[in-house]
Design a protein. Structure first.
Length: 634
């Protein structure tokens, strides 16, 4: 009989291992032990790879979310074939994320955009599938990770904050879930792997920890804590298990950490990139990994860099010691979030790795940091995964989506008379906070809202882009629910919103349909435009009467009029002036300047409304090429 195991019911039986170990291996470890750390080669030119698995013969299988396909490579990284196309029919895929290979060679793919699991042969022949969007047994909301053995299929159902277990035919067996108020439960499960004795091991990115369950779903260990040191984690994502060890893609620490199943750290490998887009063993936001059957080959996925790196295991004595200066020293890097907001002479950007907001003086083209707001935590004024910000200069307010804590926070900004710019730690004061679970009840929503963007209309309402419920939610300046518009049929995957100058149209980026959908003030779809977009993300309806859209998949910005007619576009892949790598957030200031978060290049770029490059800001190594390009033109 299917069962649902709730962590709150059996929390007392769970051993907690928040162990911080400063040694990478114990003295008892034999010198002949093999360890990963030797870089072999790279599989480059992928498009948003999200999952990887290695077959018994060494074949490497990669889920390419950006191309809606599965790609097959030989053990040496050379391409063999790809299959899949964008869509929702049998065998078609929409943003596939997880992939696993069963002992008999069948390939299981998490078809995340379609909220289902599909099963294929190695040649790409569609066998069967199951699942649809929902909260019931066998239904999914944003499934991501998957693991398979001879009899079970285990799927991370991230949007429902649970792990579901099925038999090989897709019949529901059990669910491992957390009560909504269980602090020890899974907050944002991401990756899953099967360990010894059938154990189920799950990463929890919002809690920076790993959960270990026995084969029946009973918790037996929990380890990890937030931080950069050995045994600590920063947004752990994918993982793999082999011979009693747990290999974790420690994303924001840019490394792979290896633990035993009780949580004791064994060793780590990988060093943060220093030079932009550096590879050859340097890691940059690793998000998935897989080991071959021998335990001698590992493939690490870096979706941020559109690549996989292949490592081999060698005797541990042959691996040079880690350079601590490379781990924790060198030039501080600015890891801007994907969104931004301009207001008056201020620029606000979330900084996800420090779980804080950065506020800049933007009276010139080169922003100057004047304060940071918040840090990692669950108290009011703190954040877990801040995802978007909105400045309201008229009322000296700043709104921030605190995604990991499922709330919207509002701050008042103390702007003093102009004078010498100084860093001011006490510039902000928390005014109020809105629990998004209350919005779920007010709007009768199936899921707690998971906003990814925020905007303000001419009436002063604040609009949240809720990608989980496929709607836009309006709240007042006092954070009281006003209304919601849209649904899954009219807005399957919104990523950003902007209101027209007249306030009569809401322009919403629809990532699934790869276009911009315009809604009238009553919430009814009016027209769509931008049908040739590859991966649209950010949008701003400018003060100049034009609409600007970032296209992360084509590394460009497009300018439309308010009826959707293309006016101009600029950008291409690169690091020079006006070049991009995965541009995301965009806004326009009162002077007409366009600011783009050039996400993949860890920087912002400033343009005129005509697309002419003005300046770049961020870490020195990432802005150097752009500034040099400008100097040559001048």
């Amino acid at each position: 009989m299917p069962v649902r195991i709730t962590l709150r019911m059996i929390r007392t039986s769970c051993s907690i291992f928040p162990t911080l170990l400063v040694a990478f291996a114990s003295a008892a470890t034999p010198k002949s032990e093999m360890r990963f750390g030797h870089y072999e080669r790279e599989i480059a030119g992928l498009a948003e790879p999200e999952g990887v698995a290695i077959a018994a013969d060494g074949t490497i299988v990669v889920a390419e979310s950006g191309r809606d396909r599965v790609s097959i490579f030989a053990a040496d990284g050379s391409p063999i074939r790809s299959w899949g196309s964008r869509g929702s029919g049998p065998g078609q895929l929409l943003e596939p994320r997880g992939v696993a290979i069963a002992p008999d060679g069948e390939i299981f793919v998490v078809d995340s955009g379609n909220d289902r699991v599909q099963v294929f042969s190695m040649a790409g022949e569609h066998r069967h599938d199951w699942g649809n969007r929902g909260r019931g047994p066998g239904q999914f909301a944003d499934p991501v990770g998957i693991a398979v053995d001879a009899s079970r299929v285990v799927v991370v159902d991230r949007g429902n904050r649970r792990v579901q277990v099925f038999d090989r035919a897709g019949k529901f067996v059990a669910s491992i879930a957390s009560d909504d108020d269980d602090a020890d439960g899974m907050r944002r499960p991401e990756g899953v792997a099967l360990g010894t004795q059938g154990r189920i091991v799950v990463t929890d990115s919002d809690a920076d920890r790993v959960h270990v369950f026995d084969a029946s779903g009973k918790p037996i260990a929990r380890f990890g804590a937030s931080g950069p040191y050995p045994g600590m984690l920063g947004a752990p994502l994918g993982l793999a298990c082999r011979d009693g060890r747990v290999y974790v893609a420690d994303s924001q620490n840019h490394r792979v950490q290896v633990f035993d199943e009780s949580g004791s750290v064994v060793y780590q490998w990988g060093v943060h990139t220093i030079q932009p887009h550096e590879g050859a063993g340097h890691l940059h936001y690793p998000n998935a990994l897989a080991l071959d059957e021998s335990g001698r080959v590992a493939v690490v996925v870096e979706s941020f860099e559109n690549r996989c790196q292949i490592f081999s295991a060698v005797p541990k004595d042959s691996i040079p010691p880690l350079d601590e200066a490379a781990l924790f020293g060198g030039e501080p890097l600015t890891h801007f979030g994907a969104t931004l907001s301009l207001g008056g002479d201020l620029l606000a950007i979330p900084e996800p790795e420090s779980h804080a907001l950065q506020l800049f003086d933007f009276s010139r083209s080169d922003p100057i940091l004047i304060t940071t707001i918040g840090n990692r935590g669950r108290k009011f004024g703190e954040f877990v995964r801040p995802s978007a910000v909105l400045l309201d200069p008229l009322h000296s307010l700043l709104y921030a989506i605190d995604a990991g804590n499922r709330r919207l926070q509002q701050f008042r900004l103390d702007r003093r008379e102009p004078g010498e710019l100084k860093f001011r730690p006490s510039m902000s004061c928390l005014v109020r906070s809105l629990d998004l679970r209350a919005v779920q009840k007010s709007a009768s929503l199936e899921w707690t809202p998971d906003p990814c963007a925020i905007a303000r209309d001419s009436a002063g309402n604040v609009w949240l882009v809720d990608e989980r419920n496929s709607i836009l939610i309006a709240v007042s300046s006092k954070l009281e629910f006003v209304r919601a518009i849209g649904d899954a049929s009219s807005l399957p995957h919104p990523t950003d919103v902007a209101w027209s100058r007249a306030g009569d149209l809401a322009f919403v980026v629809d990532a699934t349909r790869r276009c911009v959908q315009a809604f009238d003030s009553n919430g009814k779809p009016s027209f769509a435009f931008g049908g040739d977009l590859v991966e649209p993300f950010g949008i701003v309806a400018g003060r100049d009467g034009f609409v600007y859209v970032t296209d992360a998949g084509a590394d460009r910005v497009l300018k439309f009029d308010e009826r959707g007619q293309l006016v101009t576009m600029w950008g291409r892949e690169g690091m020079g002036a006006g070049e991009f790598f995965k541009p995301k957030g965009i806004d326009q200031d009162e002077k007409g300047r366009i600011v783009v978060i050039d996400s993949g290049n860890h920087r912002g770029q400033v343009f005129g409304a005509d697309g002419k490059f003005i300046d770049a800001f961020g870490s020195r190594l990432y802005v150097k090429a752009a500034k040099k390009s400008r100097e040559k033109k001048e």
